[in-house]
Design a protein around this ligand. Structure first.
Ligand SMILES: [Zn+2]
Length: 279
């Protein structure tokens, strides 16, 4: 097979060249693998040609066939599962505590180690409920911890007795959604409903007393990145009215039917809260 910039005619016999799909067999790291290659072939003499891009895709398919044969996730598996979870490459890298360059390489044909594969699987394939809880177990003490962190940043209290959580829930929601988007998991494990007054903590009426008397020291402490994100949200939305109005401009709230849970997997579409790193 020749790798070259694609021409319309065969370099050998001047015959017409057309795109074909062929089943290729190869020996890769001692394993026999089969994969489908998209390449060009001369209709007259049968010479096989591949453009540079085609060659790159073929290489990726070859490596993926090998990965499948030895029980590792392939490039497309990783990319697909990551997107199902609504994570950016950076988000997945943060969640696994690896560099974003590693994620990029694994998604373009570089083979991950067996231990990394186990880590990828346990994160990407577990938690069927992550769609609604943001990869975290629900914790009332953590809700209080996050709200107190906001109060510290905003220099005003966010919760009072019998609070309807019209505003506190918006701060919580942005913290959970943006953390899921930027850090790979939410902060509180809370679920949110799309209500006419904006995103609202599910069952907030029953939860408010529990939140007010929750023991914050029993919650996992906030990480540096979580604290930084809370500060960034407080800077972006210093006022109740500001965060209330912003949440109503969010397409992920607008898209949901009234009363439906807002999936964390849509967090990538947050429009009013800039991505971490672009602040
Ligand atoms: Zn030819």
């Amino acid at each position: 097979m020749k790798i070259q910039t694609m021409a319309k005619t065969c370099p050998g016999c001047d015959g017409r060249v057309k795109q074909v799909e062929v089943e290729e067999h190869a020996l890769f790291r001692g394993v026999e693998v089969a994969y489908t290659a998209t390449l060009h072939q001369c209709a007259k003499c049968g010479l096989e040609l591949a453009g540079i891009e085609e060659a790159a895709i073929m290489q990726e398919r070859l490596v993926d066939a090998y990965r499948k044969a030895v029980g590792l996730l392939g490039s497309e598996d990783i990319r697909g599962l990551r997107k199902e979870k609504g994570l950016s490459q950076q988000g997945l890298a943060d969640a696994l505590e690896v560099g974003v360059a590693s994620i990029k390489r694994w998604e373009t044909g570089v083979i991950q180690s067996k231990s990394m594969d186990t880590l990828l699987r346990s994160f990407l394939q577990a938690n069927p409920c992550s769609e609604h809880t943001g990869n975290r177990e629900f914790s009332i003490p953590r809700i209080r911890l996050v709200l107190e962190a906001f109060a510290g940043q905003l220099k005003r209290p966010l919760l009072k007795r019998d609070d309807r959580m019209l505003y506190a829930a918006k701060y919580l929601w942005y913290a959970d959604m943006a953390a899921f988007r930027d850090l790979g998991r939410g902060m509180t494990g809370a679920t949110y409903a799309a209500l006419p007054m904006g995103p609202q903590l599910n069952n907030y009426r029953d939860l408010i007393d529990e939140i007010l008397k929750a023991d914050m020291t029993s919650a996992p402490p906030l990480s540096k990145s979580e604290t930084a994100l809370i500060a960034a949200i407080a800077r972006t939305f210093p006022t109740n009215k500001g965060i209330y109005d912003a949440s109503h401009r969010e397409p992920i709230w607008q898209r949901c039917a009234t009363g439906a849970n807002i999936p964390y997997s849509h967090a990538a579409d947050l429009s009013e809260m800039p991505m971490r790193g672009s602040l």
